[in-house]
Design a protein around this ligand. Structure first.
Ligand code: UQ1
Length: 450
């Protein structure tokens, strides 16, 4: 199922002869995966295991040559890991049995079951999985781009692959003054990360005798420090103990790098603006879905997110389209652990749909966030759509624990590269069930006595 359409034209001038060839491809596949990030890779791997006998049944469209394990970016900013350890070539992580088209979707045409790429190619599909993630809107914040370009500016961000490796040097440069950390007024991928870097920086200044001269301020657009009460209580306690000032509903709207000033608006009172001088400004940029998705209102909600059923992950208008990861409207916290759970549900529902059966799998909103509160300390938050803690381990994860820090630093990267991108990690649900079974004495007895 592969066809090529060619057209060519040539331009002749007196001095030179130009020959230009336009080559447009038209390809068909059973399942098209848009995006080669965490969600796209995991899905492509699962699907190409299933359809391994049929070449090119699964096509992945992804323009990037490089694949990052972004959960390490906080630790890179804190000087604990280096950028190299978070990066592999896209080729090495995408499944060999899937066909990779190194291009970008520029236009979705869901009524025709096809997409167009930036090369002008058309890819037709029977089923499509949209896993495009979120883009960082660096240009939406006045002053941010010029500040990040200037090596002397003391403005930094763990969010960009090109900005993260400069963060630790800027933390080290601070001797005194205001260190400001922000959380924007948009959805955010890994919403715990903007405060994890606060804790890592705080601990660094404490250990280096500078803490008393640095005023630390975390200004967040959110009305809470964390969405789940249990973990929010623990984090407020950390901030109080370590004299970290937290301002809720405070949104960064402008940076004036020449004057080292940052302007914040009060989201509950738009007339109220506050200007701070800074010796460090850590910015979490505004984020949203990629333009190609955003501009297709048949696929998205008013904010540009792919409109899927929050349980089945099937699109609400096109039943041959599914979505997972950061680009969808599912109201879970946008984390990698959420994608692990979603990938299992989506895969099984899609297989049932292809077999003409009823879809019976349901995503419960599971997400998890290892809240690193310093080198060697981590609160491992786990919760669902109801914001109810759903902890895996048989001890209280609301405490700062060294074991959870080791999971974050060493075990999760191992799981990611060796299991998740290969389609073999569906999150910790099975372990949670096992531990809860063992935790209950009655259950243990009942197993023994069977
Ligand atoms: C997880 O499954 C996962 O995927 C590899 C992560 O990667 C970044 C995580 O951070 C977390 C917390 C989970 C959940 C797993 C357990 C064992 C709680």
């Amino acid at each position: 199922m592969y066809s090529t359409m060619r057209s060519s034209s040539s331009l002749v001038s007196k001095v030179q002869h130009f020959s230009m060839t336009f080559r447009q491809l038209h390809q068909c596949c059973k399942i098209l995966v848009v995006g080669g990030g965490t969600a796209g890779c995991a899905m492509a791997a699962k699907l190409s295991q299933k359809f391994d006998k049929t070449p090119n049944h699964v096509i992945v469209i992804e323009p990037s040559e490089v694949h990052y394990y972004q959960p390490l970016f906080t630790l890179i900013g804190g000087g604990i890991k280096d950028l190299e350890s978070s990066r592999k070539s896209m080729k090495s992580v995408l499944p060999q049995k899937a066909q990779w088209i190194k291009d970008k979707v520029v236009c979705f045409q869901p009524s025709e079951n096809q997409v167009k790429t930036s090369n002008g190619d058309t890819i037709q599909y029977e089923y499509m999985i949209v896993a495009m993630g979120m883009d960082l809107y660096w240009d939406k914040l006045p002053g941010l781009q010029e500040a990040l370009k200037d090596p002397k500016s003391q403005v930094c961000s763990i969010y960009g692959a090109h900005t993260v490796s400069k963060v630790f040097d800027k933390i080290k440069n601070v001797k005194s003054g205001n260190a400001l950390f922000t959380f924007p007024n948009t959805p955010v991928k890994c919403p715990g990360a903007p405060q994890k870097i606060v804790y890592l920086a705080e601990e660094f200044w404490s250990k280096n005798g500078k803490r008393k001269d640095v005023c630390i301020v975390y200004n967040t657009s959110l009305p809470v420090i964390f969405g789940v009460k249990k973990y929010a209580d623990a984090l407020w306690d950390v901030c109080k103990r370590r004299s970290i000032n937290v301002n809720l509903r405070s949104n960064l709207i402008e940076i004036r790098p020449d004057r080292k000033e940052a302007v914040f608006e009060d989201l509950d009172n738009s007339d109220k603006k506050s200007t701070y001088e800074y010796s460090l400004l850590h910015v979490t940029p505004p984020m949203g879905t990629p333009v190609a998705l955003k501009q297709n209102c048949e696929l998205t909600n008013a904010s540009g997110f792919l409109e899927v059923n929050p349980k089945t992950l099937q699109h609400i208008r096109y039943n041959n389209i599914y979505g997972l990861g950061d680009c969808t409207t599912t109201p879970n916290s946008k984390t990698m652990a959420a994608i692990a759970s979603q990938s299992k549900v989506l895969y099984n529902n899609l297989m049932q749909r292809i077999a003409g059966e009823e879809m019976t799998w349901s995503y419960n909103g599971y997400a998890s966030c290892p809240l690193v509160t310093g080198p060697g300390k981590c609160i491992l938050a786990e919760f669902d759509y109801n914001l109810t803690p759903t902890e895996t381990f048989p001890f209280d994860q609301g405490k700062e624990l060294y074991s959870m820090y080791l999971l974050k630093k060493d075990v999760f990267p191992f799981i990611y590269w060796n299991l998740m991108v290969k389609g073999n990690w569906n999150g910790p649900e099975a372990y949670r069930k096992l531990f809860s079974l063992l935790k209950s004495k009655d259950n243990v007895n009942s197993i023994i006595n069977k």
